[in-house]
Design a protein around this ligand. Structure first.
Ligand SMILES: [Zn+2]
Length: 281
């Protein structure tokens, strides 16, 4: 199944596909093993920085091999801030790309998104394009409080979303609905479920929830019911990775494949917990 078909399957089953960011082969292994164990599809996300670290071609090859082994694994170029970098990812064989013009003017956001959509559609294979409208913040760190600029007032409005999707022709849409990038220490982000429903009806394409780390479980379930088909988890995985590395180093082991084991295990744990929730298992 292609990513598009997998998203249609998720809609039918009323579940969401987990999207996990990785920076290296350890993160990659944790996500793939976790998804394999549960037998569910999964999306590997790599931001511009993560892509630079792991290598655009390298991560594309890892996903290609995993796919050939028969597991539904897809690769997404997470938050891509330029048309050029989106094209590089598409050329490398990514299944999807997020063109992020959320910080630009509406007109600029539409123009750059349209350019990427045209490029994706011109490919002989299927490439999905996602875009976002509204403020979600840009951090993948642990932040003290919900940042300024995240309020009901700044959340995506259904009519604006509908217009944006129509004008750009994107396949997937990431709204701002109370979600925030990063992991918030105090004041858990609360999702606006009614807004998700209204946007879902207005745009009539699958919705993607960014900033999934730290959102309460019942909110996820309601969000999936309301039309969310892909959920992004990044910061939680980074926390698990770092804690696992710290734990592994305590052993005094010199062999990376030994002292890194704990990190992979802890990341895999996070992946499995989230996938179980998103897939209603
Ligand atoms: Zn994001």
């Amino acid at each position: 199944m292609s990513l598009k078909e997998t998203i249609a399957w998720a809609k039918e089953k009323k579940v969401a596909i987990g999207h996990f960011n990785v920076s290296d082969s350890e993160g990659f292994r944790a996500v793939v093993e976790g998804a394999k164990e549960l037998g569910v599809p999964v999306i590997i996300g790599v931001s511009e920085g993560e892509r630079e670290f792991i290598g655009v071609q390298e991560v594309a090859s890892l996903v290609k091999i995993a796919k050939e082994n028969g597991h539904p694994i897809f690769l997404n170029a997470d938050h891509t801030y330029s048309v050029d970098k989106a094209k590089v990812a598409i050329d490398a064989g990514f299944d999807a790309v997020i063109i992020d013009g959320a910080n630009k003017s509406y007109e600029e956001n539409v123009a750059m998104t349209k350019e990427v959509v045209a490029y994706a559609k011109a490919q002989s294979r299927e490439v999905l394009v996602e875009a976002e409208l509204g403020f979600i913040g840009q951090s993948s760190k642990i932040i003290d409080t919900v940042p300024d600029g995240v309020s009901e007032e700044t959340q995506t409005k259904p009519e604006e979303a509908a217009r944006f999707v129509m004008e750009t022709g994107v396949d997937l849409f990431a709204p701002s609905v109370g979600n925030v990038h990063g992991l918030v220490k105090s004041g858990q982000p609360k999702l606006n479920i009614e807004r998700i429903k209204a946007i879902s009806e207005a745009v009539n394409i699958p919705l993607v929830l960014h900033g999934g780390s730290g959102i309460a479980d019942p909110d996820f379930v309601s969000a999936i019911e309301a039309g969310i088909r892909i959920i992004h988890i990044n910061t939680e995985l980074r926390v698990a990775y770092k804690e696992g590395v710290e734990e592994g180093l305590k052993s005094g082991e010199l062999a990376p494949y030994k002292f890194m084991q704990e990190a992979v295990k802890e990341m895999e744990q996070v992946v499995k917990e989230r996938l179980k929730l998103f897939n209603r298992m």
